[in-house]
Design a protein around this ligand. Structure first.
Ligand SMILES: c1ccc2c(c1)[nH]c1[nH]cn[n+]12
Length: 331
């Protein structure tokens, strides 16, 4: 990958507005670089996706580019605390340049690795935010399709009481078969069974995101994935397609039955039986924990922290006795 700063293929209008700096991440279909707006020095993330990863419609390239434009105008219209903001999109012949919100806390994936796993309270705090972000996408008819801890970013580098931001949504609709094959080449740890059993031909529903959220919650609580080749020797795809996961007491004895119940209802093989995102948010594990809901609301809407108004002790009231005539009738 060429260094975009010198790379002459970066369109002039992008270079005029942004200084593109170092690489800060690599997604499945492109690189992410730190960039600054010339002048204000506001910092953003610039995702550069080479078009070769997209379905080449050949003659239909024109409609394809229009599809990208309309998709990105949808993405630019999204505004939710748990969704990475899309500020600008530059579509050129060989690449799409997407200007995105920058966050400094790294990926959930790395935080889980560093922590080992989260306690149930922290898991629920982060999980509720992911659910609210996914609900916002589903309410806007957007299926993420590639939810995984690598696509959940954190805003604070030094605490788990952090805001999370979901990224890499929306463009997945434009995946061409090679990138889709990449989906199959990559570990299908988070991939829903219906995608695997029909080799991706399944009519995707947004239920695929619920399965992935279930896998993410499982990993947050115990620090290891529900499916893995090494242990049982059964091929990974078979484990997923048949839903062969368990909650071994060795690791799960400290976790509440309610949390396991929710995971079972999210990681159910039949998508028609799987919970919707609204069902998930109405599950007792999330609904019955008001403290968690309050903490999540506060981190999502910090400005709305209701500061308790000062009690009125400062105002001195004249000692009133009943024969003092009122200077004027009280209005
Ligand atoms: C998409 C992919 C990676 C991103 C991103 C948007 N924003 C941001 N801030 C740090 N990394 N990163």
């Amino acid at each position: 990958d060429t260094n975009a700063t010198e790379d002459s293929t970066v369109p002039l209008n992008v270079r005029e507005k942004y200084i593109i700096s170092k690489e800060i991440g690599r997604g499945a279909y492109g690189e992410v670089k730190l960039c600054f707006i010339r002048g204000t020095c506001d910092r953003f993330a610039m995702k550069i996706i080479a078009k070769k990863h997209f379905t080449v419609m050949g003659a239909h390239a024109h409609t394809f580019n229009q599809q990208i434009q309309s998709e990105c105008s949808i993405l630019r219209g999204l505004d939710h605390p748990c969704i990475i903001r899309v500020y600008d999109v530059y579509d050129t012949s060989d690449a799409v340049y997407i200007v995105l919100e920058l966050v400094e806390g790294g990926e959930l994936f790395d935080r889980i690795v560093a922590n080992g796993q989260f306690d149930e309270i922290t898991s629920k705090f982060l999980f509720r935010q992911m659910c609210l972000g996914v609900k916002y996408l589903h309410d806007h008819s957007i299926t993420h399709r590639d939810l995984k801890p690598e696509n959940v970013l954190l805003t604070s580098p030094d605490t788990n009481e952090t805001l999370i931001k979901i990224t890499d949504f929306g463009l997945s609709r434009f995946i061409n078969e090679t990138t889709l094959m990449k989906t199959f080449c990559g570990t299908p740890n988070y991939l829903a069974p219906e995608v695997l059993s029909t080799r991706g031909e399944a009519s995707y529903t947004n239920k695929v995101d619920i399965w992935s959220l279930g896998v993410i919650l499982y990993i947050c609580l115990v620090g290891y994935p529900p499916f893995s080749e090494s242990i049982s020797g059964t091929p990974l795809n078979d484990q997923i397609i048949k839903g062969l996961y368990t909650f071994p007491d060795e690791f799960w004895s400290e976790v509440s039955e309610s949390a396991k119940d929710l995971i079972r209802k999210m990681m159910c093989v039949d998508p028609t039986k799987r919970l919707t995102i609204n069902d998930v948010l109405e599950h007792p594990w999330l609904v019955d924990d008001h403290d968690n809901t309050t903490r999540v609301d506060k981190i999502m809407h910090p400005s709305k922290v209701i500061s308790t108004p000062p009690t009125i002790t400062s105002v001195k009231r004249p000692a009133c006795d009943d024969d003092t005539p009122l200077s004027e009738p009280c209005t």
